[in-house]
Structure formats: C-alpha cells, structure tokens
Design a protein around this ligand. Structure first.
Ligand SMILES: Cc1cc2nc3c(=O)[nH]c(=O)nc-3n(C[C@H](O)[C@H](O)[C@H](O)COP(=O)(O)OP(=O)(O)OC[C@H]3O[C@@H](n4cnc5c(N)ncnc54)[C@H](O)[C@@H]3O)c2cc1C
Length: 492
C-alpha cells in the first residue's frame, strides 16, 4: 500500500480515477490491492453520469439508472472540501473532517454560468428566485422534473448543448418550451450552420419554439418567482419555469485559494500535475495546453491518463483529447418511459449527429459536402493542407453510415475562397427548411404590440452520450487521416 490518494469531486472524472486506483495495483505488484483512495464529494447523491441527466429529466431513466459503479477499495466522504493545506498535505472539509493526502487530485468540475440578467438577483441576495433553475446537477434535474407538467410554460435561456438537451427533455414532458439563443444558430461552437439547422428543425418538430439571435435582457419577478423573461427587443415571454443554460465555468476557487496556478482552469502539464507536484487536476476544472474542454470524453481520458501515471502504467504522457460532439435526438415513442407528452407517437423521426473540429472553415480550407434533402442526410468534411480538420455528419436514420442514399448530391466547394457568410448559408439550408421569423410567437408571448399564436407541442426524444459504436466509426474513418487536434469547444 502506498500513500493515500485523495480525490476532491465525485463526478465523472473523480469517480473514474478513484475506480481505477481502487481496483488496480501499481505496476509490478502481483495481485495487489489498489491504492488507498479517498473520494470526497459534496453532492447528496451517489456519483452519477452527468451526461445522462437530460434522460432523467425527460422521464426516460430513473435517477438510480444513471448511478456510476461504486469504486472498489475507496472510502467515500460526503462533504465539501473547503481548504487545502499544502504545507501539511491535508484537506479540510466543511463538516470538520481533515483528510491527509500523499497525492491530491482535483476533479471539481464546473459551475453553471449565471448570466447578469436584470432582476435575476435582488440586491444583496445570493439565491436565485423561485421558478428559475440551472441545469448542472441531479438536484437541478429533480427540481425541474418536479416543477414541470404538461402545459407548463418554460423558457430555456441558452441554445448550446445544455439548452438543446433541456428543451428537448422538457418538450418531451409536454411543456410549452421556448428556447432563446443569443448566437445566430444552435450549438454554434460544435455545429456548422446546416447541422445546426437540423437540430433546430428537430426541436421545432417536437413543439419547441426556437429563437436565435435573441438576447435576454432581464426577468420579471412576481411574488418571489420569475414570471416573465424580457428580451432585448422589448418582447416579453410569460413563463412558469426558466432554465439557465448559459455555459459553464471551471470550478477553481479551492485551487486558487491554495495558491495553485489558475488561468481559465487549473493549469496542468502532460502528467496532469499542477504547479505543486503533489496535486493533480483533471476534468472540467483542468486547463491542459491552454484548453479547458468541458466535455465528458476528455474528462474520462484525463482520469485514465492520471490513473496510468500514478499506477506506473503510463506508456506516454497525456497530449490532449480529440473532441467529438455526439448527439442523438430520437423521435417520440422510443425507449423506456417515453411518450408522456401529449404528442406521443407523432413528431419528427430520430436525428443522429456527430461533429468534430472548428465548425467555421478557414478561407484556404477544402470543404466537401454531401447532402440529401429527401433522406435528410448531411455530411461535411473540411481538409486543411493535407489534414482533415473538421467533419460533421447527420442523418434522420442511424443507417446512414452503412448505406449511402441513392440520388445523393455531392458538392465540392470553395477551394481557396472565403467561406460564405453565415447569413447566406442560413438562407440555403441543405436538408431542412429554416424558419425565417425570429420573433416569439407562442401562446405566452407578449410584445410591445400584442402578438400571439397557437403552437402544437409534441412528445419526447432522447440524447445519449457518445456511443462507442460511433466513436469507433469516427476514429476508424475520419480521424485516421492525421487530423490536427481540433480547437477548443465547450459545453454551453
Ligand atoms: C445536463 C448535462 C448534459 C451533458 N451532456 C454532455 C454530453 O452529451 N457530452 C459531453 O461530452 N459532455 C456533456 N456534459 C458535460 C459533462 O457532463 C462534463 O464535461 C463532465 O461531467 C465533467 O466531469 P468532471 O468530473 O470534471 O466534473 P463534474 O461531473 O461536474 O463533477 C465535479 C464534482 O465535484 C464536486 N465538487 C466540486 N467542488 C467540490 C468540493 N470543494 N468538495 C466536494 N465536492 C466538490 C461537484 O459537486 C461535482 O459533483 C453535460 C453536462 C450536463 C450538466
């Protein structure tokens, strides 16, 4: 047995590294027990797969289904770490527990960004008003779940990965959902305009009212709860429930107070070491080579790389993660627990989507697009120099990879020409129609001149974490072409 490894944060990265350290003996020790490991987590729930929270919110899975396996040989403490004493190598917790460490692993994840909206916080208040929730933890998910029922008016603020998943899940529960996105398209950090349009069309088919280029300015609070969302152009949306999905920020307070090097995240080297060699950092809170990933796969890869290093099994240093965005939006009626919404059994078919790299090509890039409007498939690869730098694939059926559609249309375009401006691309959708009106039109909209119309609300869909099948496919075909590491994207 070697000195104790203490992990702060029982999320995906923390639970994974504890699992590995607790289960595996150090290299060269036959049949040894794992490292003596302590896992400190502040959440009330046993460690769970955060990526699947939207499935819980959609009613597809119970909370217990997404629990992670209990790490063997690990002491689990339910407490918040409040101070690191680097001189004494001890962690102090809010319940008075003091835990000595040989190696300390920071896996503190991210905090949701709370946007500076007028009226969101009363002067001096630190708590959010009623009726408004972030979407980060199991508690957030259960609170939202309890508050939503068929017909509940919901405004989701933020059209990134989180906002899209929240909107889809809540629409599946029969809520009247309006999704507001400040950027010109949904998931703009991960998706190119055509793929983004597919996501938009899918959500619209589920009854979600999507508004891009739509900035929220403030919220109206009545009786201690948010009852309206005010848009910058003067429109106002009545709401029962508001979801803040405005991005995340690495949780670095503990590291900062301990005097560790923190920029965007806790700075680590290729062995995931902070500036203190006894302290490592992994997952959303870590910044490696200038990048904070904010995604599950890099968090797990860093946890594995660190476990290998601590167990003496590392064949090579950690050099960064390739980022693949994988999104599966299944149609109504799929999977257990689906179909609670009023439109169960109708609505759009499944949408399967994968993308990596910078969604905006550079002027010198080769862009190859393949689209089939009839079958709803879209594929694009971007080649920079002699390397594949980005790709995006989507289809309304998971069979796309095996059976290319007949009658497809191939476009090879823009060698050494600037990319078309986004607005033009939006007017020429490849596989779906774009709604041109950006003004709120739902039943709970009020505008400077009055404005209302009925919207049909539909049933459920599902979003899964990256499946091994598609990851393998991506690695085997796209990524084998010596692709450069793609630029940072973040989960927002
Ligand atoms: C709804 C949702 C959907 C997502 N979907 C996807 C997706 O499809 N694909 C994808 O790649 N990523 C997705 N993500 C992002 C992904 O979940 C994160 O990148 C991943 O969870 C990061 O793992 P982590 O262990 O670094 O942080 P976390 O999972 O956030 O875990 C950090 C843990 O540390 C605890 N903690 C923090 N400070 C302390 C302290 N001082 N004391 C004790 N405990 C502490 C926190 O409470 C938390 O439990 C999603 C995130 C959410 C919220």
């Amino acid at each position: 047995m070697t000195s104790t490894a203490v992990v702060i944060g029982a999320g995906l990265a923390g639970a994974r590294v504890a699992q590995r350290l607790g289960a595996e003996g150090p290299e060269g020790t036959q049949g040894a027990h794992g490292l003596d490991t302590v896992l400190i987590g502040e959440e009330e729930h046993a460690p769970y797969n955060r990526v699947l929270l939207a499935e819980v919110l959609a009613g597809r899975y119970g909370a217990d289904v997404i629990a992670l396996p209990k790490p063997p040989g690990t002491t689990t403490l339910r407490a918040r770490a409040v101070r690191i004493d680097r001189a004494e190598r001890r962690v102090h917790c809010d319940d008075g527990t003091v835990v000595p460490y040989g190696t300390l692993i920071l896996a503190t994840g991210s905090n949701p960004v709370l946007p500076p909206l007028r009226g969101l916080f009363a002067p001096g208040a630190r708590e959010l008003p009623g009726g408004v929730h972030a979407f980060r933890t199991m508690d957030d998910c259960l609170a939202l779940s309890e508050a939503v029922s068929p017909g509940t008016r919901v405004v989701v603020i933020g059209g990134g990965l989180l906002g899209v998943s929240a909107a889809r899940a809540l629409a599946g529960r029969g809520a009247q959902v309006v999704l507001t996105q400040q950027a010109e398209r949904l998931m703009e950090r991960q998706l190119d305009p055509a793929s983004s349009e597919l996501v938009r069309a899918h959500l619209t088919g589920l009854g979600v009212e999507v508004h891009t280029e739509c900035r929220v300015r403030g919220v109206g609070v009545t009786g201690g709860a948010v009852r309206s969302v005010e848009l910058a152009d003067g429109y106002s949306l009545d709401t029962d429930l508001t979801v803040l999905a405005c991005g995340v920020r690495p949780r670095t307070g503990l590291a900062l107070a301990a005097g560790l090097d923190v920029r965007k995240g806790i700075v680590v080297d290729d062995r995931l070491r902070t500036c203190d060699p006894h302290i490592r950092a992994i997952g959303d809170c870590a910044e490696h080579a200038g990048r904070v990933y904010g995604l599950a796969t890099p968090a797990l890869e860093q946890a594995d790389a660190l476990a290998d290093d601590l167990l003496g099994r590392a064949a090579a240093p950690y050099t960064g993660s390739r980022m693949l965005t994988r999104l599966t939006l299944t149609g109504p009626g799929a999977g257990p627990g689906s179909g609670p919404g009023p439109g169960s059994g109708s609505g759009p078919g499944p949408l399967d989507l994968a993308a990596f790299g910078d969604p905006e090509p550079h002027p010198d890039d080769d862009v190859i697009q393949l689209a089939d409007a009839t079958r709803g498939t879209y594929r694009k690869v971007v080649v920079r120099g002699d390397r594949l730098s980005a790709a995006s694939c989507s289809a309304t059926s998971p069979r796309w990879a095996r059976s290319p559609a007949p009658g497809r249309r191939t476009t090879r375009c823009r060698r050494r020409q600037p990319p078309a401006p986004p607005a033009r691309l939006r007017r020429r959708p490849l596989t779906c129609r774009t709604r041109t009106t950006h003004r709120p039109r739902g039943p709970h909209t009020t505008a400077p001149p009055s404005c209302s119309s009925a919207t049909a609300w539909s049933a459920s869909a599902s979003w899964r974490p990256p499946s091994s099948a598609v990851s393998r496919r991506a690695t085997g075909s796209w990524c084998s072409a010596r692709s450069r590491a793609p630029p940072t994207t973040a989960c927002s």
